[in-house]
Design a protein around this ligand. Sequence first.
Ligand SMILES: Nc1nc2c(ncn2[C@@H]2O[C@H](COP(=O)(O)O[C@H]3[C@@H](O)[C@H](n4cnc5c(=O)[nH]c(N)nc54)O[C@@H]3COP(=O)(O)O)[C@@H](O)[C@H]2O)c(=O)[nH]1
Length: 871
Amino acid sequence: MNEGSRHNQPPRTERLSYLDALDRVMAIASFRVDGALCHANANYLRMMGMTHEEAQGRLHSSLCTPALLATSRYHDIWAQLCAGTAYSGVVERVRSDGRSCWMEATYSPVLDAQGQVVEILKIATDITARRTQEQAQKAHLQRLSLIADATDTAVIMSDASSRIVHVNGGFSRLFGWHAEEILGQDPITLLSPKLHDGFVQTYRAQLRGGLPVEREEIVVTKTGRRYWIKVVSNPILDDAGQLLFTVSMLTDITRAKMHEALQYRGLEAMARERPLSDVLETICKEVERIAPEITASILEVDAFGMMHPLAGASLPASYSQLLDGLSIGPQAGSCGTAAWRNQAVFVEDIANDPLWTDYKHLALPLGFRACWSTPIQSSEGRAIGTVAFYYRQTCSKAWTEFHQQLADVCVHLCALALEREHARSRIRQLAFYDGLTGLPNRSLLQAQANQAITLAARDKQALAVLFIDLDRFKPVNDSMGHPAGDELLCNVAACLLQALGPSDMAGRLSGDEFVMVLSQTDAEQATSTIERLQEQLANSLVVAGKPLAVSASIGIAMFPEDGRDMDTLLQRADMAMYQAKNAGRGLFSFFSDEMNRLAQERRTLETALRDALKNQELHLHYQPQIELASGQLYGVEALARWTHPELGPISPARFIPLAEECGLIADIGRWALGEACRQLAQWRTQGLRVPSVSVNLSPSSFHDLDLPDMVAQTLQRNALLPQDLTLELTESILLDTNPSTMKTIEAVHAHGVRLSMDDFGTGYSSLSYLRRLPVSELKLDRSFVADLEHNESARALSNAILGIGQSLHLTVVAEGVETLAQRSMLGMQGYPVAQGFLFAHPLAPSELTEWLLQQGQTTTEVEKVGHSSKL
Ligand SMILES: Nc1nc2c(ncn2[C@@H]2O[C@H](COP(=O)(O)O[C@H]3[C@@H](O)[C@H](n4cnc5c(=O)[nH]c(N)nc54)O[C@@H]3COP(=O)(O)O)[C@@H](O)[C@H]2O)c(=O)[nH]1
């Protein structure tokens, strides 16, 4: 030591007290350059677990770990110490009991006066406890890190300055960055650059205050993909409460969020009272947005097990239409089977799965390869529909769980929507329909009727409102009990429904009062409907197991004559009903006097016609048909005649349509057929030459499948041949949709009876129609004949009709020939047969007998008769 330095040194006593203090707190030992320990203080000995004696002369290397000694490092350091260079560091040494001890040590070479190293002084602090704790912590952290890496939750550890210090494997997998790429970066800037500044400040302040923060946000990955994540950030503070680190755990909640969105959209649509189809369409669209690999559809299963598509706009409409009305079953594709089994059905290969055998031809051409269908269950567990996911490619395993979750949310929402719809229709039913009969109540009827009235006004059509009140309903209730009364009302409601046309409606007002609104109905048609209804009420009701004849008093108000709105019409129909009731039971009355008079007249006539038929008051007249070329009689047409005892002769133009409306026409046809054949046979017996007789039959006569047999029997009974009879039918038969009509016509024709198309040219005169009917004769309508002389187009038409007849090898008969000019024009055109007042009016049988006798059997004279009667 030099002077200068001696001057700077503290006084000796003070230096001794420093060394003392050092000796008390530090472990101190000194070694010779050969490594032998020459001095150790008590701290050192305690630390190394040695006594003074054991320590004396102990080599330094014997205190070191074998691992250290095995390296050159130990020898290098010792050599440097011996060369005068100090060394400081954390070192591990071996205690005498073999355990490790850790120390922070400084090795300082001690020099002699010549500057030679004579000793190595070691001053150390025992850090074994701290080191052990650190190592335990490190191991713990390593374990934690392994766990953290294994989980899919992304973990970010950032320091107090918001710099990333650690990320786990889950982070790399989710976000695509490896740790080394992002260490030191701010996690918020990295993942959520658009996060609101204010939020970031608050978030950090909260962490600094030691509080955890939880939030949901949209983050962006390295590749730009967006995720919804849930972030839970926990602060790690030091003992002084300073923020050291923040550990944030990020969980992918994209699916949950999507489900939330699906539910939100579906529920929102329901809350906004959107129609069921809109709600379900919204659900399908949302599913397809969330999982674009899916084509979604929703079907309803009705109480009869039929499927009805409700939504699925991405499926072609033609496909959905084909599914409509299909039955569920054990092998009915994915949906039908899922509904049948009431459990989800996943068909991975539509082309080869037996469940799709009958339906794959529908799905495969659209490119669908797989279909997953899940039943929608009602709250009672019944399958009320299905949600189907169609796939155009093989469904990847990765989707399965996700799609399962999606299907779960969907069916739940759909069940809600369907049940809500059912509840709504139940409410509608309760609010707008009569609980007993199921008919619309007054409110609904009023609304529907006003709509019908608006349409009638627009189309300038008539409409009838019928107010119906049952007669003697109270006694039924009183004597048979209320359940029987209820049954009666239900049966009456059924009768009303049966009487309705497609655009008509019926409702129950209260008690035994019902209303019918008949669209496109004039007074006459309303009367027909009422008559049919009264007949049904009188004949077809069974109450409490017994037949019960019921009648009703009915009032009728007509639109527009009696009122232009439902209130007025109903009120007037009600008044008319009272009028009917007062007049007796089972009657109807029109509000208008004039209509009422006509309807009553018609009713009287109808009753009279029934009686006339029953009492054989109808008779036939016969009009000759003449072969123009020869003047020979070709045949006679039988025409019905009715002379009412009081009203006098009534034209068939009036009573035939009436008979058609009130269902008497088939009876008239049967009677005319029998009577005409009988008369023909009689003339034949009298030796008069009448080649054949034509009988008019209306289309409804051909509904009767017994007609052919009846015709055959009638001919046989009168010893006539089939060719002696011609049946005249009108073109309206072509509009007849009754399935028996064509069969009957064919069968009659098969018997050899000739068929004639009457009034040809006035209706649906088309060759294709004509070819469908096995007619042998056409009758040119008399309206053409009437115009022949003055109208060029009538002439052209009669010519054309003759041409049609000839081309089909049919005899064409010209009707209504009244003048010689008409006769000669028809003759020139080539008409073979004619009929009309020119030759003879329809004649009573005795008159025709006389006429035939007058003409003789070789009657070229007929033409002369025509001349003489007209000239
Ligand atoms: N289903 C049934 N329909 C029948 C029956 N009997 C008659 N009818 C049909 O009623 C309509 C009116 O018949 P009617 O008043 O008898 O008139 C016929 C002839 O009198 C009339 N006619 C004959 N010649 C002339 C004439 O020169 N001028 C003229 N103005 N009228 C004439 O034509 C009627 C015969 O027509 P059609 O039957 O078309 O040959 C009428 O449609 C009858 O068909 C029946 O029993 N059943």
